[in-house]
Design a protein around this ligand. Structure first.
Ligand SMILES: *Cc1c(COP(=O)(O)O)cnc(C)c1O
Length: 246
């Protein structure tokens, strides 16, 4: 608890410091606490310290913790891992945001499976900004087409773009990757009136949040910087069958 309190304080200080330097408002930055591999109690501790946004990568792990935390009604859950087709229904039902939409099929299914009783689900398009073979996400040149198609879907609300840049870059390279995503968002916003309201850039983690904020991040995703090392195996084996549930 003490650690989480100190760590959260430290991250908030880093946000304050960099926003002051670059002339941004710290309240415009959402701190997303990435809680994969952390027990429900760690999430509860962070919640008690005022943290409200939590990010999970693995559905089964997330559902178990959500059940243990069901009394925390104003918590905001973000899905930030790859979404398998046969898991889409639960993602559509149990999360407020999905950061990793990279194909129209997934957006269509999220829209179709989002319960009527809930607000449309917030989504970001994940962009593979450094064109890495190993990474999911769209190439930059395909983003505008997907954004236009997503606008047709009634139960998803397109909010902006998300990226995980290549990790061993120089500082200049990191700046360039984040700046490229920011420029892509500006281009999208200018491309049509319905896209002018996009307001989200999900980028930056524990190690590079200053650079991301400098280049325009509105959501930073911080895991170990808040909770320390992950306690359960990071990769939870999931059933890989691709059967559809709709
Ligand atoms: C795990 C993860 C993070 C957090 O990474 P840390 O190094 O723990 O801060 C951020 N974004 C995504 C997509 C992740 O999977």
């Amino acid at each position: 608890m003490l650690n989480i309190a100190d760590n959260l304080d430290h991250i908030h200080h880093r946000i304050q410091r960099i926003t002051k330097i670059v002339g941004r408002i710290s309240d415009d930055i959402v701190l997303l606490a990435v809680s994969k591999g952390q027990p429900a109690q760690a999430i509860r501790n962070a919640y008690e310290l005022g943290q409200r946004h939590f990010g999970e990568n693995y559905l089964q792990e997330a559902l178990e913790k959500q059940q243990q935390l069901s009394d925390l009604t104003d918590i905001c859950w973000h899905f930030i891992g790859p979404v398998q087709s046969n898991k889409t229904r639960k993602v559509a039902e149990r999360f407020d945001w999905v950061h990793t939409v990279d194909r129209i099929k997934l957006a269509q299914r999220l829209s179709a499976l989002r319960p009527e009783s809930q607000a449309p689900i917030n989504i970001c398009l994940q962009v593979n900004i450094n064109k890495e073979k190993s990474k999911s996400g769209l190439l930059a040149e395909n983003v505008e087409d997907l954004a236009q198609s997503v606008l047709e879907l009634p139960r998803v609300k397109l909010r902006g773009l998300m990226t995980i840049p290549q990790n061993n870059q120089t500082e200049t390279g990191q700046h360039e990757s984040f700046a490229a995503i920011a420029q892509l968002l500006t281009k999208l916003r200018n491309s049509s009136p319905q896209l002018a309201t996009l307001d989200t850039l999900s980028m930056g983690m524990s190690a590079d949040l200053e650079i991301a904020i400098t280049e325009g991040a509105t959501i930073i995703r911080v895991g170990t910087g808040i909770f320390g090392p992950r306690q359960t195996p990071q990769k939870i084996p999931e059933d890989n069958t691709d059967q559809l549930d709709s």
